[in-house]
Write a protein of this length. Structure first.
Length: 140
């Protein structure tokens, strides 16, 4: 459901890219057993809380600063915890303006590497799981 909103906003017909995180989170509330998005723009998944405004990931009392790209990756993974998110889907989500987003695979690899490193160094666990030929999944 939320993914449909993202693709609708990210692929704006006039080529303008709107601020998808704030426009979606501001107008949407999701109620699920594992994931919930509040009007305060906090996305929670297990012990993790992603603040979409300050772009931080909180784990217990620990706060991890994220880049805008890392925030978008985590947002997509946290809103799709029931399945693996494919590499192609991540690429199209992060760079919809490119006709061939697969040219940016190194950018995605570096982003995922840094994100895993930040989370593991601060929290001692790695919730981003890779599935062989499936993609990435967030498991808290």
């Amino acid at each position: 459901m939320l993914n449909d909103y993202f693709f609708r906003y990210a692929h704006h017909p006039k080529g303008k890219r709107e601020d998808t995180l704030s426009s979606i989170a501001h107008n949407t509330e999701i109620k699920d057993t594992n994931t919930s998005l509040y009007f305060s723009m906090m996305l929670t998944q297990g012990p993790f809380a992603l603040n979409l405004i300050s772009q931080t990931l909180c784990f217990c009392e620990i706060s991890i600063e994220l880049t805008p790209l890392e925030s978008k990756v985590l947002f997509l993974l946290c809103t799709n915890t029931h399945r693996h998110v494919s590499r192609k889907e991540l690429m199209l989500f992060l760079w919809p303006q490119y006709k061939r987003p697969l040219d940016k695979t190194n950018h995605l690899d570096v982003c995922i590497y840094r994100l895993r490193k930040k989370i593991f160094e601060e929290c001692g666990q790695n919730p981003i799981v890779s599935g062989y030929k499936k993609g990435l999944k967030f498991e808290a």
